[in-house]
Structure formats: C-alpha cells, structure tokens
Design a protein around this ligand. Sequence first.
Ligand code: ZN
Length: 510
Amino acid sequence: MRNRKRPSLMKTLLVDQLDKVKKGMPTFFVKHLKIKKGSVTLGERLAKQREILKQGLIEASNTAKEFAAFLVGLNKQPALIRYGLSSLVVIMIVLGVFTYARASGPCAVEIDGQRVAVVKNKTLANEIVNSLIDEQQRLVTSVKPDQSITFKTALFSWGEVLNESEYKRVLASHLSFETIATGITVNGGLKCAVKDQATAELVLEELKQTYQVDPGFITAFEQDVDLVDLPVQANRVLSVEKATKLLKGESDVSRYYTVKQGDTIWDISSAMNVSAEELQAVNPDLNPDKIQIGQQIKMVGALDPIINVVASAEKTVQEEIVLAQEVRRNPNLPYGQSKVIQQGEKGLKEVTYHIVAVNGMETERKVLKETVLKEAKPQIVERSSQTMIASRGLSRPAGAILSPFGMRNGSMHTGVDLSGAYGSPIAASQAGTVIRAGWYGGYGNCIDINHGGGVVTRYAHLSSISVKNGQSVEKGQTIGKVGSTGRSSGPHLHFEVIINGVPKNPVGYL
Ligand SMILES: [Zn+2]
C-alpha cells in the first residue's frame, strides 16, 4: 500500500462501501460499532475502534478485507492523518447506517402523524399510494384516503426500508377509503351501494328486465325502492352484476345445512324449500340413505329476493274448449263393448285475463271477460257395465298434446304440454299415492303421484290443487285444475311420466 495512492483508494472504497450499505449488506458494522466512552484516551478509543472495525471487516468481502488492511496501515501514519482519516471513515460508516433522507432518497411515510414505513424514495412512496387509490377507484367516481398521508425526511435505519410489496401491504392495512356512492334502499333499509345514480338505475332496470314476462307486461317493484347518495367505504361499492345478484337473492356465498339427529334428505329439502333432486344436483356425492349427523349439505343458492318484480298485464287470448268424455254404462251392451253415441266437438272462446307474475312466476290469473265463440260438445260413449275392470295403463289427464316431449329451443322438455282451458279439471292418470302437492319452482303448483313399480306421474302449472301429500287417489279422480303457474307461457297442463326417476316420453305410456 503506497502513501500517494491512499486518497483515491479511500474514495473508491468508501463509495464501494456505501453502495454495499445501500444494498443492506454490512449489517455487522452496526453490531461492532458500540464504542463505550470512559476513562480511556482518545488514542486508545480510536485504536479500539480500528480493532473492532478490523474484526468486522475481516468477515466481509475481499474489497472490505483490503479496506481493513488499509485501516491497519493507517497506524503507521502520522497521528493527524491517522485520527483524521479513521474518524472520517467512522463518520462515513455511521452516515451509511443512519442517515437523513433527502428529496431524492429514502423517505418515511406517516399516516395520521404516525410513521408506518420507510421506502426507497418519495416517488415510490407516492406511486404505491396512487395505485391503491386506483384499485379502489375502479367501481367508484372518486376516492381519497380517510387518513392523512405525509412523506417526511427523517432519521431512520436501513433495516427499516421496506420493499414495494411490503410497503403496499402496510399501507393497505392502515388506509381506508371513503367515497360518495349511490345506495339502493328497500323499504327504507340500505341494501347495497353502487357507483352513482345512473349505475343504480341500471341495476334496477336489469332486475325488471330479468322478470319481464313479455313486452306487454308492466313491471313494478313490490317494495319501496329508493336511491340515496351517501358516503360509504369504497370497498363496499358493488358492480352492476353483483348488486343485481344480491337484490335477486342469488348469493355468491354457498350456504350449508348441518345434518341433525333424525333428519332425512326429504325433511331437509322441504324445510329449506329446495327439491331433493336439486340438493342431489349440487351435492353429487350425497347418498340420501346414508346422511350423517354433522354432515354439511350444500344448499342451492336461493335466498329470498330483496326486491320482488311484479309484472302485470291484461291479455286476451282465444282458447279451445274441450269437454271431458262422458261415459254412460249400458247393461245391455255385451261384455267389453262400447259405442260412441255423440261425437265430441271442440269449442272456442275468447278470454281476457288479468295476469300477475312475481319474479317471473305467475301468481294470479283472473278472468275479466269470457266470450264463447263456438260451443263445445262432449263425446258421449256408452260402455258395457261388464267392463269395470280397471285399466292398467295411464290415461291422458287433460286435452290434446300441444307440445311434445324432447328437445325444445335448445333445452329438454321433460314432458308433454296438454291443452286445457284455465280452470278445467285434471284427472289422475292412474291410481296411486300423492307424493308432492304444492309449489315446485318453475313447475308452479305441482302434483306428483306415485303409482308403484317405479312409475310417477307429474302434473304442473296448476291453478289449484285439490289433493294432499300422502293421499290415495283413484284413476280419473280430479286432482287439480289447469293453470299457468311457474314458468309457463299460458294455461296448459305439463304432464310427465317418470320411470325410476327418469322422465320418459308420456306418449309411450298413454
Ligand atoms: Zn311443458
């Protein structure tokens, strides 16, 4: 080591060390720099410092080792240069560890006057705050943090400096963002908030559109729905899609039912107002015969809607009049014989209905006016009294087939639609036991009859039901009346024949 080279070497080494310090490398500097003040002379203190530095530096890189050698070399120099240079080194190192941030350098971030982070520079500090605001701003008009954020130059240690993602996490946990949004209130209670009035109107329009039965219907909300601008936390503001789902009662969150002692799948399904089939569909591994106490069963996402859309219209339609066959017993006819004594004739009538549908399901159909355009005649048949043996096949429960079984508009039509004027009687297709009598989703008012041997018949969209669950019915017995409840386009009977749980084409069984 030559004397004349020292100043330039010193400079290089210091720059080098400061670079390393910036990269957070020489933390051992800190731990070795605890120098006690005491009775020792300045010379002894400096010698000790050098010793400590030497110790620490030996652990360091080659450059640092060279640096240590240089420090040791200082001992051989005149006192002024020795003390001057080694003190400078100590000061520089201290400055490298603890420093004041400058405009372009590290900066302390304070939230409401409390330091929460130190970051590389003010630009980064600001950028991350702005990116958080941007994230909040996706769904709202404008947003600013509820807290005050200041960037300060302050004393800090290098170990405190956070990287980008750490800083972002710290900020996110300390900041909240309030914004002015538009709340949708239902009967005075706030249900959700969206960006602004226009967005709220879009949500409500979307809701009405979903349940618009056909263009002739006037839609309205059953509840009092109001819009109100109010301050809310930005992360509570919903998108159009989420707000619409929420108001329709379609939650993103799955609900679970925990099986209690004595529960059966059928108890659960009737208690939760979902069919056993629907439960099976969302719980493919569910074995209805082997449910266990404590088992979690996923429920279908049907919560009660928060807003009901009421669609109403007056509708005038022409309907066929089909009268039921009249059978007369004639003891004089030989066994097994029958004869038609009057040909049946369909009639025609014009009916004006007042129809109300709530959330797309018809709930009311009132006849306002009915004009018979053509009288109908029943078919009258005389049969031998000796043919009273019950037929084993299924009989048609209502009129002619309007719409067949099979694919229809891209989806499976699981039964046949049979004609029938609104309110006309429906006859049980065969003797059996009623296993469902009530509302069943899109089927509206629905009856299922179990005929044994895996055969079930289903009668849907009824305007009224005249049998009870568990009741035995005879073949031909009136079980209800034709209607248009549930997902139905007009009065008719949707009739299904279900064999071992699978809907089959009823035509093959009639
Ligand atoms: Zn149908």
